[in-house]
Write a protein that binds this ligand. Sequence first.
Ligand code: CAA
Length: 389
Amino acid sequence: MEIGIDQISFFTPNLYLDLTELAEKRGVDPNKYLVGIGQEKQSIVPPTQDSVSMAANAASILLEQKSTEFLNSIDEILFASESGIDNSKSGAVYLQKLLNLKKNMRAIEIKQACYGGTFALMTAFDYVKLHPNKRILVVASDIARYGLKSAGEVTQGAGAVAMLVSTQPRLASYNWDSVFQSEDLMDFWRPLDQSEALVFGKMSQEIYEKFFYEIWQTYSQKNLKKVSDFAAFVFHLPFTKMGKKALDQINDQIDESKKDQLEKNRLAGQIYNRKVGNLYTGSLYLSLISLLKNNILKNNDRIAMFSYGSGTEGELYSLSLAADYRQAILGDPAQMIASRRKVSVDEYEGLFRAFPEDSEDHELTNSYDSSHFQLKRIKDHQRIYGDNF
Ligand code: CAA
């Protein structure tokens, strides 16, 4: 019985910052951002979006036009985020209500830095194996915030990826081959009283590379797989150069005849991430969408997926593509990215500072935002959402 990702969709807010303009304002050579870091643009979050509204917007693309019978087969919403809106209550229950889903379901939030989306998927695969007539909705949604003028500023971003997990998946099936490892490390974290992450940038890159290298060695031995068994390696991309740094470590294991294909697919897998920025939990899955939309792959092509979450957790697993995988990417991610409005650096800084805190009441207008679901107000420490229609 094949189990995997049945359908997938993506949402990002409709504003962006041009990183060449940011470099000029920060007195940095633009090629540091464009080439050295590998980021071109960054999605900017209006006050009317947060991790829950973005998740609802991504999931609504998946669920529109589904029959009542289909919707009722969804037994769980797993909401993965490290920028959740509450220290206690799950963001998933807001999604259940906004998406009009049935009452008899589990609605759970998962946090393990950027790795949470992958854990949600693995949990969903296990559940569907035991309950083959059921489906699970997994949504990975985040706002990556490091701070104005911080080293991490160029690696910010925002967005959500929603996935339906089921038997007979129309996108890709999971090969039950995961290798994972964890270690208590302090490379990146966000204290409870802060809306911006703290990071030891160089250390975080080194740990990422080390985790990929170690996990790949174990994975290849355990699963008897070589690099040439894969059509592509897809990475968590905090910035696109990170994927290249990781893959370069196993360059000596890549057959000459395979190099061209892997490089083409690596580049296809970073096209959207270069323009959106870091999505934390959703980044690996945006890269998967980018690969599948921007290059032609074949039925049964095997894709290695490397998930990384600071703190630290890593996992490598593989997916095998379904025949009509392109039809299983719902919405139009390229159009969504292309139709964003550019904001100036001054406007971005204003929006960054206007990030609404829950300690005060706010009425939030939607003059920057035409998205379906929006955060409308914060009142008495509660977030109130609505749709825009
Ligand atoms: N032209 C071309 N390249 C240039 C250049 C120029 N004019 N100037 C500099 N560069 C290159 C540098 O050589 C360097 O490349 P290499 O790493 O390949 O040598 C690259 O540009 C970046 O330069 P610096 O290392 O000097 O950059 P920095 O110190 O200002 O910060 C960063 C880079 C550490 C990634 C920082 O943006 C950061 O802290 N980001 C957040 C943390 C992060 O994303 N970590 C990734 C791993 S952790 C993770 O994956 C989880 C997660 O999502 C957060």
